[in-house]
Design a binder for this molecule. Sequence first.
Ligand SMILES: [Zn+2]
Length: 535
Amino acid sequence: MRKTLSVILFALALAAISAAQQTSAASHFDGNSWWAHVKFLADDSLEGRDTGSEGLRKAQTYAVGQLQKAGLEPAGTNGFYQPVHFSQYEVDEAKSSLALVSNGQAKPLSFADDAFISSRSTRASANLSAPLVFIGYGLKIPEKNLDELAGLDLKGKIVVYLAGSPSDIPTALASHYQTPGERWKSLHAAGAIGTITIYNPASMDIPWSRISVNRNHPSMDLADPEFYETPGLQLAIACNPASAEQLFAGSAHTFAEIAALGKDRKPLPHFPLAVSLKANAVIHTKSLESANIAAKLTGSDPALKNEFVVLSAHIDHVGIGASINGDRIYNGAMDNGSGSALVMDIAASLKAHPEKLQRSILFLLVTAEEKGLLGSKYFAAHPTVAPKSIVADVNVDMFLPIVPLKVLKIEGIEESDLGTRAAAIAQSMGVKPIPDPEPLRNAFIRSDQYNFIKKGVPSVKCDVGFELGTPEQKIFKDWLTNRYHAPSDDVNQPVDLQAAALYEEFTRRLLLGTANTPAPPHWKPDSFFRRYAAD
Ligand SMILES: [Zn+2]
């Protein structure tokens, strides 16, 4: 209690100091309309806006109403909506089991405490026994001559790896190869049939107890088989690092040694484990429907108006889950009521204060981000505007105005001239732009911009940031530990309305600058992500 209170008081004190400095730049926004939208979206009556739920439909009806009121035109396939079909997967733990086998002795694993079956990647019931091989971070990155699978026999094996990457791999590259689909490509080619991911204690956003308590929440994927990324993956398991030592029993290594190396992102050894896994996974499936929302503001330039700058944010959250402190509704006020509210606010501001707009702006509120960036994945594959017409994506997800906006973290800052533009605009507003100071969190691939990047579209995601070693770093760390994907990410938390307003003004300027510059954004010549652009 005391700790929380002092953090709040500290944040309020900082907010008061900075408010005076920040008002001048925040000319189109005051934070109040933003907060009003957040309050609507994060109300208990919307029950955490789970994909496919009535609560999300209510949020979407509200959002469409706001976009209409702002004078935007519908840009979906069904008015403002683009329907999306999903399959849902749920583990039946009562009928499932996991055990480690050594010298013919089976030792059962506890789903709650040791390791659980991930329904995100386990798509069908499976009953199997297989040897285990530890493969370090489990990465094969040809660009850096890294092949952690080299020399190992993985045929018919379940691979065990520590989440993370070695420090000599650049963030964006490491993030890319750690997506489930990319990682599985090389594992599948090597003959593996399953995975055990040991969470990296050095990079866990939330403690195991909170991950585990919601492990039985069903997962989803896009129903269309064109989107299936892990063929041949029979079983995927998430392992508590506190229980990982037993996997290494009888091998020449300990998990303590692996975790110590992983903490500093040092290279890891690779070796067969002495124990094997016996698993029975019972999976139930069903179909669901949800929708993306798309609206546009048409530019005035005869040629450039056929090009779109996308402003995207996910409007879904994780719904109702395990009770924490007597609360079961995961309201998702910051994640991502905050970004959805910003989309509505910017739409309204562009109507109230029209600017010359040469390119068009596409306002996109996607569904099922929390299920694995699925709504944006569907949209990027089946855009409601001409596929080649999208020139940039500015994605806003949980931008966290919980301290004054003095530092802006720009994911993608070094990858494209959109990143350069974002940095210059921040600087012009007295805000210091920085790259992601915490590359281990993999943030660059953890939100919807990634689906645009994979289609070749220069993208950025910006957040209120902090510098390492400052008191703000602790405020963000505490926020992740206590509120991220928890019922307490609700409207009873302290937020800095000035910071929100300044962030909105930044986003507005970035959109307008990008829409009104003759040349569209380009990837930097040395950007890894340039490979996706067909130029
Ligand atoms: Zn989230």
